[in-house]
Design a protein around this ligand. Structure first.
Ligand code: 5AD
Length: 455
């Protein structure tokens, strides 16, 4: 009987949350989570295939883990997530020591698959990568959350867009929405349990529609979740710029629980490239959306994703990306070199750029962004007080760190518990994080200075 499991997760928040669901399923069948692969008799790797590097990382990690089979003949290795979905049987021929391959739609079947393997004792391997597109995602009865104050909640899975660079529609399938009632029940339950922040998840989270009532859209769900009494912060990821309607923007403008940070992945600032990427918006349309957020009534920090060196990206196109970044002034950015992916439309486009050119462009983009972030941090944060949700001990092992509503990391001296809120005066800023001091400590020191300490 399998007893101890260890899950390692690569990739996005959706994958992180899938691992939480898997942990719940395994706990439900009586297994316990352990702290290292060495202690486990079941090792699961939840994989990412959005860029080639992530997929390669999987094979090298599996190579390391395989060694454990030498010392423990009952040790089982399973692969989950997007690479599992994409490779299926092929994964077993490339890595024959893998016992189990479970695709993105089949997570709920994991307990049964393990049961079958156990009964056969060293028998056949299991590969389960069917797509179940006609139905809503299967409800998972129990989730074991990694974080004690932020609860991830899936609202939809899959993607109906056809961005030419992106593998996600092939690894996650088409859009499948969860019934609003199931989402609301889970949201109320986690708030009752004491979670202060909710992160709503979906590959194109803002295209959400209740499968039982197609008129109940993302804006409706967002405003209902945001209004749950006791919830302090609401985030969502990842939205598609095309799917933001005016209703959702006005909900964001009205509801203070929704964090002052919106991710708006632009990918490129050049119209010909956006067109070739099939992003369904132009630079101008994107900038209009940015304006709508700027005028929504609250101050919203924008973040973005950018791909450099897409096939056919000329120097002039890249300059358009730089000029858009200059114009919007994002508070943070994730940038990637284009990586050709199997099955995608762009894989058939001719003329992938040389690696050195992609490197040159990404470095120029990151240099520009670093300067912008430092300037914005000085303007918007330095010398100001910010409400921080404490997350844990800082990297130095001594201080605490937490996040502002705009998702900025702040380090500060203190011994606050994770999941609590505190006001912090920002005393120093870098391009990526900030340093501060708790307001209550500053006030205490001021009182001491003014009145002396009573002995
Ligand atoms: N190459 C590089 N980056 C990619 N992304 C998605 N597909 C690719 C690819 N083939 C990036 C996009 C997306 C983010 C999650 O990953 O910027 O928004």
């Amino acid at each position: 009987m399998l007893q101890r499991f260890y899950i390692e997760t690569f990739g996005c928040q959706m994958n992180e949350h899938d691992s939480e669901k898997v942990a719940g399923l395994l706990a439900h069948r009586g297994m316990v989570a352990v702290n290292s692969p060495e202690e486990a008799d079941l090792f699961l790797l939840n994989t990412c295939s959005v860029r080639e590097k992530a997929a390669q990382k999987m094979y090298s990690r599996l190579g390391e883990i395989k060694k454990q089979k030498g010392t423990n003949p009952n040790f089982l290795i399973g692969v989950l997530g997007c690479v599992a979905q994409q490779e299926g049987e092929a994964l077993i021929s490339k890595a024959p020591f893998v016992d189990l391959v479970v695709g993105t739609h089949m997570v709920h079947a994991l307990p049964d698959l393990l049961e079958e393997i156990e009964q056969e004792r060293g028998g056949r391997r299991r590969v389960a990568t069917d797509f179940m597109e006609s139905t809503a995602p299967v409800e998972i009865p129990q989730v074991i959350r990694q974080n004690s104050f932020r609860a991830n909640i899936t609202i939809m899975e899959g993607c109906n867009k056809h961005c030419s660079f992106c593998i996600v529609p092939y690894t996650r399938g088409r859009e499948r929405n969860r019934p609003a009632k199931a989402v609301m029940d889970e949201a109320r339950r986690v708030v009752d349990q004491g979670f202060v922040e909710i992160l709503l998840l979906g590959q194109t989270v803002n295209s959400y529609k209740d499968p039982h009532n197609r008129r109940f859209k993302f804006a409706d769900l967002l405003s209902e979740v945001a209004a749950i009494p006791g919830l302090r912060r609401l985030r969502f990821t990842s939205p598609h710029p095309r799917e933001f309607d005016d209703d959702s923007i006005s909900v964001i403008g009205e509801m203070e629980t929704i964090c002052n940070q919106i991710h708006l992945p632009v990918q490129s600032g050049s119209n010909p490239i956006l067109k070739r990427m099939r992003r369904q918006y132009t630079r101008e349309r994107y900038l209009e959306l940015v304006d709508k957020f700027r005028n929504c009534g609250r101050s919203i920090a924008l973040s973005t994703d950018i791909i450099v060196g897409f096939i056919g990206e000329k120097e002039a196109d890249f300059q358009e990306t730089l000029s858009l970044v200059e114009e919007v002034q994002f508070e943070s950015m994730f940038s990637f070199k284009y990586s050709p992916r199997p099955e995608t439309e762009a894989q058939n486009f001719e003329g992938d750029l040389p690696e050195e050119e992609k490197t040159r462009r990404i470095m120029a983009l990151q240099r520009l962004q670093k300067g912008i972030q430092l300037r914005l941090h000085r303007q918007r944060y330095l010398g100001r007080c910010r409400n921080v949700l404490v997350e844990g001990t800082a990297r130095d092992g001594v201080r605490r760190y937490g996040r502002t509503t705009t998702n900025k990391i702040v380090n500060f001296p203190g011994n606050d518990q994770p999941g609590t809120f505190t006001e912090v005066l920002i005393t120093d800023v870098g391009p990526n994080s900030m340093v501060g001091q708790k307001l209550e400590e500053i006030e205490q020191n001021q009182r001491k200075q003014a009145y002396g300490t009573r002995i």
